[in-house]
Design a protein around this ligand. Structure first.
Ligand SMILES: *Cc1c(COP(=O)(O)O)cnc(C)c1O
Ligand code: SF4
Length: 440
């Protein structure tokens, strides 16, 4: 008997219609039979919440919707469900409705950076495009908890059209991230249409899909879907595994299908207290991911959305995990640890420090073992004189040379740029200077 059959047997008798393996593997059946009430979950798992807890949990589910696919539910170890990483990600906790001082409704200011509905344009060359508003499983740690799952605000075809128009008329956008909700909630035909529209936009060089389906509903990754995706290369897919227990044989089969279809795969993990805040769990997770041809991409610090306080770890926990990975395992198995800055500052990478000190001709570094060494820098390096006139440069980058170089901190490093400081407009000292000169 394989693992799938064991799981099926544990949950199937309590879920009507789950005893048929063909039906179990039908993603539409899984969606139709997702569990959305506490009573259904209790019956399926054979557990019982006590009365006081139930009152709080009912209240939580009214605030933030619950929906769990029978497949994902079947991964829960019922004998120790309260400590189970899948249970904690899928089922509400009484702590969710506690709103802390620093919690925010829209911590990443996705609304403020939204030129049209469904689009967040935060970085110069790429946009986030929320093509769906629902998911097959609502993660309790979802950043977009306040909007996701509200079927009343599903994207309309007018909104989708207007968002596509925005991308069409904004030549700077070379990378489009389809997100949601979960974009794989769309039918193959709708997805095909949307990807065809994006393919037709010349300045869009790559499209990315962000989906949790391989982890929570791997049966969504059908051969038909893979055929659709394969038609729209270059297409990258980022999935979302948080714990090695999610990499079941069914999930691995889904990942293999995608990889065989030629889709480059990445993974984004959220660092979650009580789920994966442990170096050994993370090591196991990244090893299992790369063994399945998935490159760990980001490890996210849990953000400041409402209802997530019980999942947050100190930033030090993330740095400790990265310290335990770099050098200790394959470089390509190590994700970049990022904090999504409040108010829309974007993702900020954070790392342990490896530069110990610096002299005019050498940099002193430490490695993962604690060995400290000096790297001698060249005595005769001459910075190439750059005017940013790439067309005239004998090291020409060619036709597609961007018109301006990077701004921000990178801009301070440019030779041809006069700027030598970045000053916030609220800087009091600068304001005083301005007022002083205006007054005479
Ligand atoms: C994360 C994100 C992106 C993509 O960032 P990458 O670092 O390129 O993966 C783009 N737009 C928004 C709003 C994002 O949150
Ligand atoms: S799959 Fe993503 S958008 Fe959907 S509930 Fe989970 S974290 Fe939120």
């Amino acid at each position: 008997m394989n693992v799938n059959e064991t799981r099926l047997e544990a949950v199937a008798p309590r879920l009507q219609g789950a005893d048929d393996p063909a039906r179990w593997r039908d993603w539409r059946w899984q969606l139709r039979n997702s569990l959305t009430s506490l009573g259904d979950v209790e019956r399926a798992l054979g557990i019982e919440f006590d009365e006081a807890e139930r009152v709080l949990l009912e209240d939580t589910v009214r605030h933030f919707p619950m929906s769990v696919t029978p497949y994902y539910l079947s991964l829960i170890d019922v004998d120790d469900y309260r400590n189970d990483p899948v249970f904690r990600q899928a089922l509400p906790s009484t702590e969710e409705i506690i709103v802390r001082d620093h919690d925010m409704k829209d911590p990443l200011a996705e609304d403020a950076d939204s030129p049209v509905a469904l689009i967040t344009h935060r970085y110069p060359d790429r946009v986030l495009f929320r093509v769906a508003n629902t998911c097959s499983m609502y993660c309790r740690h979802c950043t977009r908890k306040r909007t996701v799952g509200d079927t009343g605000c599903a994207p309309t075809s007018e909104e989708l059209g207007a968002a596509l128009d925005y991308i069409r008329s904004t030549p700077a956008v070379r990378d489009v991230l389809l997100s949601g909700g979960d974009p794989l909630m769309l039918s193959d035909a709708r997805l095909d249409e949307l990807l065809t529209e994006l393919d037709a936009i010349e300045h869009v060089e790559v499209v990315r899909l962000g989906t949790r389906m391989p982890a929570v509903l791997p049966y969504r990754i059908t051969d038909e879907l893979c055929k659709v995706l394969a038609r729209h290369q270059p297409l990258w897919l980022n999935t979302h595994f948080n714990h090695p227990a999610e990499l079941t044989p069914d999930a691995e089969e889904a990942l293999a299908r995608l990889a065989d279809a030629g889709i480059p795969l990445g993974n984004q993990t959220v660092l979650l207290a009580g789920v994966n805040d442990c170096s050994r769990i993370m090591l196991r997770l990244v090893h299992r991911l790369v063994a399945n041809r998935v490159r760990p991409y980001y490890l996210y610090q849990c953000d400041l959305s409402e209802g997530l306080s019980h999942f947050r770890t100190p930033v030090g926990k993330g740095i400790e995990i990265i310290e335990s990975l770099i050098g200790h395992t394959s470089g390509f198995a190590v994700p970049t640890y990022v904090i999504d800055a409040p108010h829309g500052g974007g993702k900020i990478p954070v790392m342990p420090n490896y530069i110990v000190s610096w002299a005019s001709d050498r940099v002193v570094l430490r490695n993962y073992e604690g060995v400290i060494c000096a790297y001698r820098e060249p005595d005769d390096y001459k910075r190439a004189a750059c005017t940013e006139e790439c067309d005239d440069c004998d090291r020409s980058v060619g036709r597609s040379c961007p018109e301006t170089g990077p701004g921000g901190v990178a801009g301070l490093m440019r030779e041809c740029d006069q700027a030598d400081s970045l000053v916030p407009d609220t800087n009091v000292r600068y304001q005083r200077r301005e007022n002083g000169s205006a007054d005479g």
